[in-house]
Design a protein around this ligand. Sequence first.
Ligand SMILES: [Mg+2]
Length: 364
Amino acid sequence: MKITGITTYRHRLDIKPKYTMITALGVNTGNEFVVLRLHTDVGVDGLGEATITVRWSGEVPSGCEQVINETLAPAVVGLEIGDFPELNRRMDACCSRNWFAKSAIEMACWDALGKDQGKPVYELLGGACRPLKIKSRFSMGAYDVERAVGRAKELVAAGFDTIKVKVGTNPQQDVERVKAVRGEIGFGKDLVIDANCGWDVDTAIGCVKQLSDCRLDLVEQPTPDGDYAGLARLRRETGVKILADDICFDLIHAQELIRNDCCDVISVYPGKNGGISRSIEILDYAQTHGVACSIGSNLEWDIGISAMAHLVVAHKNMQIEEFPGDVLGPDYYVERTVSEPIDICGPYTTISDKPGLGVGELLI
Ligand SMILES: [Mg+2]
């Protein structure tokens, strides 16, 4: 089965007002996606999604569409689907970075391969090593105290056991927000904070120390990109568990994080890391070095979330039981636009056992 062409589509989706995301990167009220159909010589199409957020990866929808159509597609047309090292080699040879654009093509190949073989993607990855029903944490924005407390109460009532609070905006307000949320949820639930690189090292150390009575179960990406020494210092001086996310786009980043003793957990997901096969390289490398991974997110839609979920259930080092991740993206948006969207109910996401990514037809 060979790739014969790619057709791209752009679609803007608003986030439900209640789910508005406020982080160190700004306020997010919606995203414009690039989705694609990858055509093959046997008549099977694969679906892919690039979850574009310019403040996150530097990619913009128009540029993503252009790089897919003018650069990546010509490089991969004619390739036998299933040769993922060659797919990645060809894409890297003509285009630096652009991980989300590359991941859209790569996940579409997995979708086509599964449909052609009549197997869900997780079977192609070696089979499910955990249930198809995944439990996620909930990530709330850097809201004012009143809104944060109200949201925390709702999330606990909805069944979430792990609440993530965004910080990295104003240190004093960050500390007040986290203390208030811990006060609301008590110590029977896990509390994670995520600064999205918004603090410098000294600010991060100061805030974490002020929160020492809050039992931070995990501190996600407190410090800026590239400062491996600073992140290692924070981990050493405070003793908190660190999850690296926004600064780990590829295997070399993961190797540097581990070599510098920066983190206890690495956030891995197909969009950010350039596809399922490259994510597996990071998962395997981290596993070999005794470092856990979990699933991260930048608010995917139905195709992207399905790629994430298949990877979660298929890889042992996606240690979501101890470090729950985010597999809830489509629930943030006002619209679902595939014929068989993945099932999301409160903290639970359940993938189907249908062939490929199992999302049915694209309805846009
Ligand atoms: Mg994150």
